[in-house]
Design a protein around this ligand. Structure first.
Ligand code: NAG
Ligand code: NAG
Ligand code: NAG
Length: 306
């Protein structure tokens, strides 16, 4: 690990530009479908893209092209057949959708029970060669490496995966998931950049879970400002597009209150002013009843490592 001071000196900092970095990690709301429209309604929103852990667009944005959709091949099992993801991406393109990038597996180093896609590196290598590498080679689509958890084991999984690929997996960029404080985040990304120097970094899930509101806001500001300045961090999406009462990263990290109003963080993320809407925790049993698959399976993986 590089100390933070070294990192800040060693890495080039470039002034924020209008580069379209900021996106939405979209967790469609089953309980409150109208929440889905909040993310595209802000007048001066800097958001340019979204992903939803799936190969096809979210229902709410199927005919709304204000955010570019980035498909993801979430995971696969050894018994799957055919190339459904590849076929879907090609069909969407043929239908006129601008698909310039796709994302690889979600936390393949994590068990299903904690939200990972739980793929052995050898399986992930063969699925990649069949469904993702051809999109890069034949269709000119930029492909993101598997998004491992922000733990030391993630690096081991990635190394094993590259080795199993035998040169047949050539991602253009590397997605990062991280839950922790800013110094740990910056160190982690510095380590990724040092390990994979040719690859741009996309921070596709990050938050500082279960901290007090002021700490959470300070972290949010510091990290987004840093991402905006780092030239090789080319896209980022905050893990918080849901209500505070169903948040599995603590209420204060969420971008919506328990009533579906933008919090300060939510409003800042969309380019607006502070709202002074304070997020509240759910009552007992509220979070447990939440039925959206995405919140259950996503992000949780980090908890075993914190
Ligand atoms: C497609 O998306 C990419 C990446 O956002 C962008 O650079 C490109 O201009 C878009 N192409 C069209 C035809 O809109
Ligand atoms: C940023 O990316 C460019 C182009 O790939 C590369 O030359 C440079 O070394 C990278 N910088 C860092 C700090 O990794
Ligand atoms: C965060 O940034 C916003 C502007 O985007 C600013 O108004 C606010 O005071 C900052 N808050 C903290 C805690 O740094």
């Amino acid at each position: 690990m590089l100390p933070l001071s070294t990192l800040l000196v060693a890495l080039p900092l470039v002034l924020a530009t209008t580069a379209p970095k900021r996106g939405l990690c979209h967790v469609p709301s089953d309980d409150h479908p109208t929440d889905d429209t909040i993310w595209t309604a802000a007048p001066n929103s800097p958001l340019t893209w979204y992903y939803n852990y799936k190969s096809e667009p979210s229902q709410a944005y199927a005919s709304d092209h204000s955010l570019q959709f980035i498909p993801m091949l979430w995971g696969a099992s050894a018994t799957d057949t055919g190339t459904p993801f590849l076929d879907s991406v090609r069909a969407q393109r043929a239908a006129g959708r601008n698909i310039s990038h796709v994302l690889g597996f979600n936390e393949p180093d994590g068990w299903h029970s904690v939200g990972g896609s739980d793929m052995p590196p050898a399986l992930a290598a063969s699925v990649w060669r069949a469904q993702l590498e051809p999109l890069r080679v034949d269709d000119g689509i930029k492909v993101g490496a598997p998004a491992v958890m922000g733990s030391p084991d993630g690096f081991i999984w990635l190394e094993q995966w590259f080795s199993e690929c035998k040169g047949g997996c050539n991602p253009d960029f590397i997605p990062v998931h991280f839950y922790g404080d800013f110094e740990a985040l910056a160190n982690h990304i510095g380590q990724i950049m040092g390990t994979y120097p040719g690859l741009d970094v996309w921070v596709t899930e990050w938050a500082y879970p279960r901290k007090d509101l002021e700490t959470t806001k300070g972290f949010f500001n510091t990290s987004t400002e840093w991402f905006d300045r780092m030239e090789n961090i080319t896209r980022y999406s905050y893990f918080g597009a849901f209500r505070s009462d169903v948040s599995n990263v603590g209420p204060n990290a969420a971008m919506l209150t328990e009533q579906g109003k933008l919090t300060d963080i939510g409003s800042w993320y969309l380019g607006g002013a502070a709202t002074n809407n304070a997020p509240k925790e759910g009552g007992a049993g509220r979070a447990a009843r939440f039925s959206g698959w995405a919140l259950v399976v996503i992000g949780m993986g980090m908890w075993v490592w914190l």
